[in-house]
Design a protein around this ligand. Sequence first.
Ligand SMILES: *Cc1c(COP(=O)(O)O)cnc(C)c1O
Ligand SMILES: [Zn+2]
Length: 426
Amino acid sequence: MSLATHLLCDDCNTVTALTTLVNLCPVCGGLLEVQYDLAGASPNLASHAAANRQQGMWRWRDLLPLPEGATEVSLGEGDTPLMAMEELGARLGIPGLLVKNDGLMPTGSFKDRGFALAVSFARGLGAERGFTYSSGNAGASFAAYCSRAGLDATVFVEAAANDTKVAMISMYGAAVYRLHYDSSAEIFDALDALARAGQHSFVNFVNPIRHEAMKVYAYEICEALDWAVPDVMVHPVGTGGGLWGAWKGFNELRSLGLIDRVPRMVGVQPAVCAPLVDAYENGREATVRTGDASATMAQSIAGDDMIHGGRRILRAIRESGGRAVAVTEEEIAEAMTLLGSAAVAAEPSAAVSVAALLNGREAGWLAEHDTVVAVITGTALKQPGAVLKVARPPRGDVRADAAEWTRIIGAPVFAAPAIHSATSPR
Ligand SMILES: *Cc1c(COP(=O)(O)O)cnc(C)c1O
Ligand SMILES: [Zn+2]
């Protein structure tokens, strides 16, 4: 029950009820402020706050690896919203559509769960520095968690990353270098050589801890659904760490007896560079080099090959009865626009989760009764250039003119009380 009681005017103390639409004080035109009956309710509030559990990823600490005595490095990651998307779902023929919005993570992408855990783990074992290569978001996340933990971070960021992403890595305090290469294979070879030489890598799978944190997807989603299981989980795939971690989490929940089945895992890549889809469709156990990573705006998942041939990811989607889906640049732009209209700001690599659903019913791998979780892995703010490309420009230019604004806005929505005094302070 709301403890709010009334609106009070700053200037003349007039009380206005909360039961009708109003903007300014009806007596003097002053600013109104909501008042509460806090005194009677305070014991209630205190006990409610005390009963609240810790929020975020570390609620699941018992199911995550952390060395004895290690402390958690946290920026408030996890417990992102799982939102029912009735209108968007109806439009796509899947009314049970849900969006897990990881664009709301501390550094704006789903990478934060992984780095919270991997950096905590490494520091707990005495690491003082580490490195990662990154398409942009991983570098920012790694840099932020290293700053928080007091580790020195070096980031090799793909030269194709936009200036904002690169600058964010620097702003979080890491040493950043632009990475140039012709094929992803060159990066994998370098990673392999460094790992064998004892350099501490924070790259998915080369680092065995990072993707573990992605299990928490499964925990959060099933908990929010009161331990029901979605039929389908859709995730963008770069290295596949996100999809693989989620898959592991769902299987653990099944082993724990909390759920009785697992979702069909759907991995999504841009059609112009889709090594996973290529291997999936051709029945191979590993990816081969294919496509042009520079030809997509989904830069966070653009690669012409996958670490260790994407074998784990192919296994997860096949064992789960899921699939790998390629989406066109037009579908990615359309998904960004649809998501925006549904109040979710996704960067292109995140919007592919919804782009994959555009034709799912038609293609026959989605049914009307399916509960589908589409993960939004990063916020649109990370890629301002893509926002400028897909968003409708402003509809015109105006002056501060009440008559002109009224023509644009339309008819008034409440019967405005005649304000008695015209001397309200600005
Ligand atoms: C890194 C990234 C991905 C790909 O994640 P993987 O775990 O490497 O598959 C997808 N979307 C966004 C926004 C990312 O930053
Ligand atoms: Zn081995």
